[in-house]
Design a protein around this ligand. Structure first.
Ligand code: RIB
Ligand code: CA
Length: 297
């Protein structure tokens, strides 16, 4: 997994946990919050939820552009809360670097073994991998990414956050020819929940989920979209989604459309845009947070 460790990234990890899927590694990337805070969130989540995630230090800034966090919306931690927060873990320990670990993991693939990546933040780490070690990157069997929009944006009128935070990285990945499944904002906006849908959770999870829902409530909306958990299910249950092969283009010219993505259906493309998700997906996402599922906390 590759993540900028906001709350919905953590939520995606908790979904994997309910399926007993343990990531071989988790590469961190600057995004929702500055890199030091992304690392703090990952360490705190490991402790609070007993995740034992092997964490790796990825890119602390985008490839070309200046850093763009989402802290104006998500708060200084890139993760809001109504009360309890992730524990602060004093860490002097140096986490290992992500790129060599990714390269080793890919190169160690034996015949027939999968090497799937679930990417939930800006694509900086994956683009660097493609640039530095294209032969290793070619061993990726499936890259599922929450990002881009086949419609309006959320961070700007035209751009989704993960795409806007590193458009040059999106461009490199889109042109790489890797098997690339895009779970875009338009699809995620169809997967929503309200306060009435929230399951009975432990206090920390309830406060973090409430903080996430508050993003919509503060804007006068009753329901909040679910992003990264939708990509987690696309990773786990691809057959329950509809995918359209398409060429993806991202605007890398600075201006009002910087970071905007555009999809042209192309039957031969190895990029696929997810266009439909299971009808009960919101309930499936929320179910993974319910008290009886979160044994680690
Ligand atoms: O646009 C949604 C994406 O940006 C998600 O990955 C979420 O974590 C947010 O910050
Ligand atoms: Ca994310």
């Amino acid at each position: 997994m590759d993540t900028d460790f906001g709350f919905d990234d953590l939520w995606a990890l908790l979904i994997l946990k309910t399926r007993d899927v343990a990531p071989a590694g988790v590469s961190l990337v600057a995004g929702n919050a500055p890199f030091s805070q992304v690392t703090a969130n990952a360490l705190g989540a490991n402790l609070a939820y007993g995740l034992s995630l092997p964490l790796f230090v990825g890119a602390d800034r985008p490839l070309v552009r200046e850093a763009e966090t989402a802290t104006a919306i998500l708060g200084p931690k890139g993760m809001r809360s109504l009360g309890q927060e992730l524990p602060e873990v004093p860490s002097d320990a140096d986490l290992p670097p992500a790129l060599p670990a990714l390269i080793n993991w890919l190169e160690s693939a034996r015949e027939g073994e999968t090497r799937d990546i679930l990417a939930l933040g800006p694509l900086t780490n994956i683009a660097r991998l493609i640039e530095v070690a294209p032969e290793a990157a070619a061993k990726i069997t499936r890259l599922v990414w929450m990002g881009g929009s086949n419609g309006p944006g959320n961070h700007t009128p035209h751009a989704e956050y993960n795409a806007f935070a590193d458009p040059e990285a999106v461009s490199i990945v889109a042109q790489s020819g890797l098997p690339f499944d895009v779970i875009d904002l338009t699809l995620c906006r169809k997967v929503q929940f309200t306060a009435a849908d929230c399951p009975s959770c432990d206090q920390l999870t309830a406060d973090l989920l409430g903080g996430y829902l508050q993003i919509a409530q503060e804007r006068g909306r009753e329901s909040m979209s679910i992003y990264d958990p939708v990509a987690a299910f696309a990773h786990l249950d691809p057959a329950s989604f509809v995918f359209l092969p398409a060429h993806m283009h991202v605007t890398t010219e600075r201006g009002s459309h910087y970071g905007a993505t555009h999809f042209d259906p192309t039957s031969t493309s190895r990029t696929r845009l997810a266009t439909a998700a299971p009808a009960d997906l919101s309930g499936q996402c929320l179910g993974a947070l319910s008290q009886d599922r979160n044994h680690g906390h």
